[in-house]
Design a protein around this ligand. Structure first.
Ligand SMILES: C[S@@+](CC[C@H](N)C(=O)[O-])C[C@H]1O[C@@H](n2cnc3c(N)ncnc32)[C@H](O)[C@@H]1O
Length: 252
């Protein structure tokens, strides 16, 4: 019943790109600081794990974390691999071109439900995407990362509560302003088409935001689900508009 437009195959590629672009905009200044918070957390967790890790940005979309992370100095991170069910090749190429030493995109389709290990020292990060899975698929994904013994950070830029459901409806603000933040002429004209001329992108973005906040697990649900699997270390942290779940099943 509840669906998100960005998951639908009928959506024109250009419209999907604009909606994901609005999402990226909504998570960075002047609208938010979510990506920076997530990257700060990744750096802290990498230091905790020790050794040099490879950060795998799962379900990366436009790979905002790869972009933010690759701009930071860090001895703990040897490489960053963005991947997705529908990889955005053009964007992945752009990010790899900016930092070919560290950014090594996975260009083949990578399904959260059919994950393979990338390196021995993977640190999986799944941001703003876990809620795209059905409850049964979420449990499958958790079993997979447990079996693979990969430490994983699952984060969401919204939470499941009334405040966040209402907040999601304000997504039309970055939605209508998005063309003004585009850096290339091509992006500007495509987004001006979908945001101003045929203004469906801001509306679809609001819908996807509301559905996301309804699909995201509450902290109580997370506790119940994590108890079912015997993890070595789990942490659930929330701020007003975001949620971070850390699961680690490495042998101590
Ligand atoms: C809302 S976007 C978030 C993208 C990005 N993580 C971000 O924070 O901007 C959700 C992404 O999840 C991807 N996705 C959905 N289902 C997936 C699956 N089963 N396996 C891998 N990726 C999936 C979609 O292709 C889309 O790029």
């Amino acid at each position: 019943m509840l669906f998100e437009f960005t998951d639908q195959n009928f959506l024109p590629q250009s419209l999907r790109a604009v909606i994901l672009g609005i999402l990226s905009l909504a998570k960075r200044p002047p609208f938010g600081n979510y990506n920076r918070f997530v990257v700060d957390r990744i750096l802290r967790l990498s230091a905790e794990i020790g050794g040099r890790v490879t950060v795998i940005e799962l379900a990366a979309g436009d790979a905002p974390l790869t972009e933010e992370l690759s701009s930071r100095e860090s001895d703990e991170i040897s490489a960053i691999i963005p991947c997705d069910l529908r990889p955005n090749i053009e964007r992945f190429n752009y990010l790899a071109g900016k930092n070919s030493e560290r950014v090594k995109p996975e260009y083949a389709s990578s399904d959260l439900l059919d994950l393979k290990p990338f390196t021995k020292n993977d640190l999986y990060v799944c941001s703003t995407a876990f809620h795209h899975l059905t409850p049964a698929q979420k449990q499958v994904f958790l079993s997979i990362i447990k079996a693979l013994k990969r430490p994983t950070l699952i984060c969401e830029s919204l939470r499941h509560n009334l405040l966040n459901h209402l907040f999601a409806l304000f997504g039309f603000v970055p939605g209508f302003l998005y063309p003004l933040f585009c850096s290339t002429k091509r992006q500007f004209f495509t987004s001006a088409f979908w945001c101003w001329l045929v203004p469906v992108a801001p509306l679809m973005f609001c819908w996807d935001g509301l559905v996301s906040s309804l699909r995201i697990w509450t902290e109580k649900r997370w506790q119940e689900e994590l108890q079912k699997l015997d993890w070595l270390d789990t942490r659930i942290e929330s701020s007003a508009f975001s949620q971070f779940v850390w699961v680690n099943c490495r042998d101590s």
